[in-house]
Design a protein around this ligand. Structure first.
Ligand SMILES: [Zn+2]
Length: 96
């Protein structure tokens, strides 16, 4: 089961591109083999959640929770994991 299946957002707009989904338990991208979410995965997630950035943060927090459990044996740096999964979802600057 992929992490993407938990998304409440319809799959519209993603079909043209190969889905950059995580391979668990290592959380590497199935397409580019880099740490997930890779740049294409982030772009797809931003498109999917463009109307609800808070939901994106919540979804990625759930991924962080799962990834922390999966990657625990690798003794990951908590700050790096946070930045990788949740930090990038924050808006670059506050709205008005
Ligand atoms: Zn990728």
């Amino acid at each position: 089961m992929s992490a993407q299946s938990a998304s409440p957002v319809p799959d519209r707009g993603r079909r043209a591109m190969r889905p950059h989904l995580p391979m668990r338990p290592r959380w590497l991208c199935q397409v580019c083999a880099g740490p997930w979410p890779c740049q294409p995965a982030r772009l797809l997630l931003l498109m999917d959640y463009r109307r609800d950035r808070v939901a994106l943060s919540i979804y990625m927090a759930a991924c962080l929770f799962d990834a922390t459990a999966d990657l625990m044996k690798q003794n990951p740096d908590p700050r790096e994991l946070f930045d990788r999964f949740v930090g990038w979802t924050a808006r670059p600057f506050p709205l008005r």
